[in-house]
Design a protein around this ligand. Structure first.
Ligand SMILES: Nc1ncnc2c1ncn2[C@@H]1O[C@H](COP(=O)(O)OP(=O)(O)OP(=O)(O)O)[C@@H](O)[C@H]1O
Ligand SMILES: [Mg+2]
Length: 245
């Protein structure tokens, strides 16, 4: 089996969409390696290709070319069944939370395990401590309409962690939240990284978000990585392509 020291290894990724006015080159040759246990930020303007890139990591987007190696396996080479298994190692949280309004906090968090056919007892053993971790034990029986945006994102994070993933992908998870709630969600993602050892890949257009929690950052412009390095270096280095908030 292919071995990589990296949790995520993207090699030569291109993504070309069929747009209504012809092909759109969203990713133009991305090489990116993210170590196990890192919190890695990806920052760029609207349309730069951030969502396209993060969706390649779990193959929600199949790239036009390139290799997507996660935990040592090239996801582009797996059959449907193998891919379903591999995807359980990759959790994802979304800007608009994507909760089901007819299910309680507990049942939303438990959904991936129900779909995987796990027994009620096993699900409880897994979800109770997760709700505790994200601070929602008291609200387990509420519905999404009865909780705040920050609390909704905590449900999203618990759901993303339900299948015990090695990687957590976050696409603008804090963009719909006020600054104080943003800080508390970023603190939670840090805690998830520290306590569970989960590798976190965080997409944002806000420099503040990257500064608060990322170890390293890549700046993406028009489908290419134009800068990459430790957060402290990238944000203090004078540059032609300095990221903007
Ligand atoms: N399904 C699609 N079909 C055609 N073009 C697409 C599709 N998805 C994205 N694009 C285009 O690809 C480019 C990159 O889009 P992407 O959503 O990855 O950017 P982004 O950095 O996430 O932007 P934002 O910050 O606004 O979310 C854009 O030009 C966008 O219009
Ligand atoms: Mg996006």
């Amino acid at each position: 089996m292919f071995f990589s020291a990296f949790m995520i290894d993207l090699r030569g990724i291109t993504q070309i969409y069929k747009g209504s006015k012809g092909p759109v080159e969203a990713l133009r040759g991305i090489d990116l390696s993210i170590g196990a246990g890192e919190v890695f930020g990806i920052i760029g303007r609207s349309g730069a290709g951030k969502s396209s890139l993060v969706r390649v990591i779990n193959l929600l987007n199949r790239p036009t070319s390139g290799e997507v190696i996660v935990a040592g396996r090239d996801l582009t080479k797996l059959n449907d069944n193998e891919l379903r298994q591999a995807r359980r190692q990759i959790g994802m949280v979304f800007q608009h939370f994507n909760l089901l309004s007819s299910r309680t906090v507990y049942d939303n968090a438990a959904l991936p395990l129900e779909l995987a056919g796990m027994s009620k007892d096993e699900i409880r053993k897994r979800i109770d401590p997760l709700l505790d971790l994200v601070g929602l034990t008291q609200l387990a029986d509420r519905y999404p309409a009865q909780i705040s945006g920050g609390q909704k994102q905590r449900v999203g994070i618990a759901r993303a962690l339900a299948s015990n993933p090695k990687v957590l992908l976050s696409d603008e998870a804090t963009s719909a939240l006020d600054p104080e709630t943003t800080r508390s969600i970023l603190d939670l993602l840090r805690k998830v990284n520290n306590e569970l050892g989960v590798t976190v890949v965080l997409i944002t257009h806000q420099m503040q978000v990257v500064k608060q929690i990322a170890d390293r950052v890549a700046v993406i412009e028009a489908g290419r990585i134009v800068e990459m390095g430790r957060v402290i270096d990238v944000f203090t280095r004078p540059s032609r392509t300095s990221p903007r908030a």
